[in-house]
Ligand binder design. Structure first.
Ligand SMILES: [Zn+2]
Length: 444
């Protein structure tokens, strides 16, 4: 007598599965996703078996949770708008960052993680201050996170030191399998050479990655060239060694030789089209990077420069901005763009094969996206399926109905289970006012 198969922990039933991979970059099949012990154990037409929980995905898309490969969890949304980049950074962003206390960071993490769960982001990498607060909120929110504490040597900010990053890594390296520490030197223009060198050695020794900003603006690129005689990518290459993942945000001002270097070193790039447009920094050469073999993920950057954390919007803009830049409607097709926000972003944050896919053995990080609103109609099935197209060109964060990470339901039918939204709304109002007063920007 054969032993009966154990029941599933979770069955996501009857959805249109948008599966990254294959020659078109994405495949759409109808069926179920079965989960056991936090992992996907079946995809497609599954034999009938009992399940502890069932999520109904009828008339909905089921796809891998989106992976945000560059963001800073912060509070200041809609404040200090429409300023030139260097002025915005020097006069507002950096001084205000220095007023941040752990209490502000906790509020920011709750706000950002609530928005991500609601918008279908299941994994994010954060580069900001007071990383313990961000990491602790991730432990309780249920999201998958890589936390790369922001280190700035010039001008120094409280807690943003190499030593603080090393201490954080020590505390968090084996603390929670869902929340991983990385190294976060802010940028070539704000960190000492020694900081990059030490972090690179430590990252290689501990099997961790490094996340920094690179070639974001023209002014930054010119400053590096003038100071060092090297373009930013070559200068970074001189400062760090091999043997660990490197994720560089933006890469707007990379020329052909820079792209070859990034590809040769196997650095990943986080493309942030909204932030690049909003700050007037330009358009990253994404199709050229992909053609050269660079792993390009997709990120929102912070709510200061976006202003939301809607990865659907980011997918749409990633496609549109390249079609505009190159005058070519064929570039950045749907399958490729979905790959950027899922498998490629996962690889960029060191979680390739672990999250960002809908295949057996991967973590059960998935989302159910409703097709019940008029902007998603008509829904075509079969040969003329248009639902993958809808995910790039029509969907919004608010279309996400349910969010699952490691098999745990964080949101079901638009109700978030792990963070109290009403509490966060009040907390964020209070803490933002307190932060702006302490930064000397708002009078108390
Ligand atoms: Zn950034």
């Amino acid at each position: 007598m054969s032993t009966p198969e154990p029941p599933f922990d979770l069955l996501v039933r009857g959805g249109l599965l948008v599966v990254p991979g294959g020659p078109a970059g994405v495949t759409v099949v109808e069926g179920d996703v079965a989960v056991r012990d936090g992992r996907i154990v079946g995809v497609g037409d599954l034999p009938h078996r009992s399940a502890g929980r069932v999520l109904d995905a009828t008339d909905s898309v089921v796809m891998p949770g989106l992976v945000n490969s560059h963001m800073h969890e912060c509070l200041e949304r809609g404040i200090f708008e429409d300023l030139p980049f260097t002025r915005w950074l020097q006069e507002f962003a950096l001084p205000k960052d220095r007023a941040y206390e752990p209490r502000h960071q906790r509020a920011a993490a709750l706000l950002n993680q609530l928005e991500m769960i609601r918008g279908g982001t299941t994994t994010f990498i954060d580069i900001f201050r007071h990383p313990d607060q961000a990491a602790e909120v991730a432990v309780s929110s249920g999201l998958r996170a890589v936390i790369s504490p922001q280190v700035i040597d010039r001008p120094p900010g409280p807690g943003e030191t190499l030593e603080a990053n090393l201490d954080f890594v020590q505390r968090w390296q084996d603390r929670c399998p869902r929340v991983r520490p990385w190294f976060g030197p802010h940028a070539l223009y704000s960190c000492d050479e020694e900081t990059f060198a030490v972090m690179s050695e430590e990252a290689a020794r501990r099997g961790l990655g490094m996340h920094t900003h690179l070639a974001e603006s023209g002014a930054e690129t010119a400053e590096i060239v003038e100071r060092t005689g090297l373009r930013p990518a070559a200068y970074l290459d001189r400062l760090i060694g091999p043997g660990h993942p490197v994720l560089v945000a933006h890469g707007v001002h990379l020329d052909a030789a820079d792209i070859d270097l990034v590809a040769a070193r196997r650095w990943a790039v986080a493309h942030c089209p909204t932030s690049n447009m909003k700050l007037g920094n330009g358009t990253a050469p994404v199709p050229e990077m992909i053609a050269a073999g660079v792993t390009v993920g997709l990120g929102t950057d912070s709510v200061m420069t976006n202003n939301d954390l809607d990865m659907f919007e980011e997918m749409r803009l990633a496609a549109l901005v390249q079609k505009l830049r190159l005058g070519d409607a064929e570039v950045m097709p749907v399958g490729q763009v979905i790959g950027l926000a899922t498998t490629a972003s996962a690889a960029a944050v060191g979680l390739g094969g672990i999250t960002g896919s809908l295949r057996e053995g991967a973590a059960a990080d998935l989302i159910v996206v409703g097709l019940d609103q008029p902007h998603m109609w008509p829904v075509q099935r079969g040969e003329l399926s248009n639902v993958a197209e809808h995910m790039v060109y029509s969907a919004h964060a608010s279309d996400v109905r349910s969010t699952v990470v490691a098999g745990r339901i964080l949101m079901e039918d638009r109700v978030v289970a792990t963070i109290d939204a009403a509490e966060v709304r009040d907390l964020v109002a209070r803490e933002t006012a307190d932060l702006l007063i302490k930064a000397g920007i708002l009078r108390g």
